[in-house]
Design a protein around this ligand. Structure first.
Ligand code: ACM
Ligand code: ZN
Length: 536
């Protein structure tokens, strides 16, 4: 190495060490692997060109973002234009120094240069760049010069949203996806079916939207406090297949894979309200108006139940091009199966000793069907009971043991333990000041401190932990502004737990960056919990 290069390298390493001790104070969340602030500025205005491959969706995304939020119109070309300041996006798939979703972002007074191995990496560089822009709408944006090297710790950086208990519009889902993109999440787990409402149009079964999507009323608050009062208002909504196609495309432009969840065998009362023949008793049922766990589940002894679910899954697979389908599997009481002649006959014929094994049979049958269609199936950790289906992934929600057990059996795992991954719990100890929540206490600091890798997992099994996910269950969250309040800023903390090297994490520094960052959320009209602003 030449001497000047060596001197520069030593200087950069020194700066990285200094900065790593406290992290940066630039408004970047999640904190990148390395940030070196330089002493100049780039000025972004209409005269700047974007130089990018012709098919760069990321260039188009950046151009649209700048036009919408600042009125700045950049032109895009594939070749450098002399005398023009430029934003250069280049994809270098063979650059082995770059992580798969990683990037380099170099901002000097002359250019902004983004280098990534994949288009996802260049998209994340653009999200970092967006966070560095001044928030005020102006024709000339002053951007601090920096040299950033970055890449994620985990592959599965997920956020979930329950759209069954309460329904959120297409625009609201797209806003959720925008927030996810801003914090470099790449999986949207879309909870589309449950006891209280079926939210996805299935052409073969029109009653799922005609009957299952609407409940006749909704319980008010916690029944133990309110004495079981109901609001008396029908509540419904669903996504048409056209809506879903638009949302899938919107997510894909943001490098987000949607994982649809179709719950089975439990949490299925809304579906059974329209098609009671697939239950053990034959019904009748109505979509539930209260929360909790119901005894009414799909009948595992009836072959036509499987045909019904397979036909639904055919349409689901056609709508969602991603690799993963979530089939629920949680909280399935076995009372009906114990009393059902068909379920008991199935157990006898298949030599199943317990109803847990019958659930395992159910899951294995569906997993086989979906695997043959090239999909990977995920289920909540109950799918471990009675034997895990070959190839199924486990989402560990009742703590981390399910995830550890699955990894020990060579199955991939997504960590989502209630503490600290459930964002429907209170985020403050002072409940009186908070909107009503399901209960519990899950503060920002706990989410920030989370490390998805279980300490007691054998090191050679660590590769099975793909990442983690924040879950927003909406029994007590009736509108989208409330979803934002519950999700933010906890999802910012989770983003850092999933993206940033644990050695670069520092809670006080995170709060400072988040405080700077919150101005961007204000301009986007996001309703986040502002308690952290008092701590900075
Ligand atoms: C769950 O919270 N029932 C997965
Ligand atoms: Zn049955």
């Amino acid at each position: 190495m030449e001497k000047p290069q060596l001197t520069l390298l030593c200087f950069l390493l020194f700066l990285k060490t200094v900065l790593a001790s406290g992290g940066t104070k630039l408004p970047i969340v999640p904190e990148p692997s390395s940030v070196v602030a330089l002493k100049s500025n780039f000025f972004l205005s209409d005269s700047v060109a974007i130089i990018a491959p012709a098919d760069s969706g990321e260039a188009a995304y950046l151009r649209a973002y700048l036009e919408k939020n600042y009125g700045i119109k950049l032109h895009t070309t594939t070749k450098p234009i002399s005398g023009h300041k430029s934003i250069i996006i280049s994809i270098e798939p063979k650059d082995t120094a770059l992580k798969e979703e990683g990037y380099l972002l170099n901002i000097s007074s002359d250019e902004i240069r983004i280098t990534a191995a994949t288009s996802a990496g260049s998209f994340y560089a653009i999200q970092t760049l967006i966070q560095l822009l001044p928030v005020e709408r102006q024709p000339r944006l002053k951007i601090h010069a920096v040299a950033i090297t970055d890449g994620p710790q985990y592959k599965w950086r997920g956020m979930h949203l329950d759209c069954s208990r309460h329904f959120f519009s297409k625009d609201e889902i797209e806003k959720y996806l925008d927030l996810m993109a801003l914090y470099k999440f790449n999986i949207f787990h879309w909870h589309l079916t449950d006891d209280q409402g079926w939210r996805i149009e299935i052409k073969k079964y029109p009653l799922l939207t005609k009957i299952s999507s609407t409940r006749k009323e909704t319980v008010i608050g916690h029944p133990k406090d309110t004495g079981n009062k109901f609001d008396g208002k029908p509540y419904g909504g669903y996504y048409s297949q056209d809506d879903i196609k638009e949302i899938v495309a919107y997510a894909s432009q943001r490098h987000i894979t949607i994982v649809p969840e179709i719950e089975m065998p439990g949490h299925s009362v809304a579906a059974l309200a329209a098609y009671p023949q697939y239950s053990c008793t034959g019904g009748p049922f109505e979509p539930l108006t209260v929360w909790g766990v119901s005894n009414e589940v799909f009948c595992a002894g009836n072959d036509s139940t499987f045909s019904f679910l397979e036909n639904i899954l055919n349409e689901v697979c056609a709508l969602f091009p991603g690799k993963y389908i979530h089939i629920g599997g949680d909280e399935c009481p076995k009372d009906r199966w114990k009393a059902c002649m068909k379920c008991q006959a199935r157990m006898k014929n298949e030599h199943l000793k317990t109803e847990e094994e019958l659930q395992s049979y159910f899951t294995k049958r569906i997993v086989k069907y979906l695997s043959d269609k090239g999909k990977t199936v995920i289920g909540w950790d109950e799918i471990l009971e009675g034997g895990l289906a070959p190839g199924a992934m486990v989402m560990s929600w009742r703590g981390t043991q399910g995830g550890i057990d699955a990894a020990n059996q060579d199955h991939y795992v997504v960590m989502s333990p209630g503490k600290p991954c459930y964002f429907d719990h209170y985020q403050s100890k002072n409940r009186e000041k908070e909107p009503l929540a399901i209960g519990g206490y899950n503060p920002l600091s706990a989410v920030y401190g989370y490390n998805p890798m279980p300490k007691k997992l054998n090191p050679y099994r660590r590769e099975y932990i793909l990442g983690a996910q924040g879950n927003v269950w909406t029994e007590y969250i009736p509108d989208f502004s409330h979803v934002e309040y519950m999700a933010l800023p906890r999802m910012c903390a989770l983003a850092e737990a999933l993206w940033t090297d644990p050695e670069n994490k520092n809670y006080n520094n995170f709060i400072s960056r988040l405080s700077l960052q919150s101005k961007l959320l204000d301009t986007q009209n996001v309703n986040y919990d502002k308690e952290f602003l008092k701590k900075k």
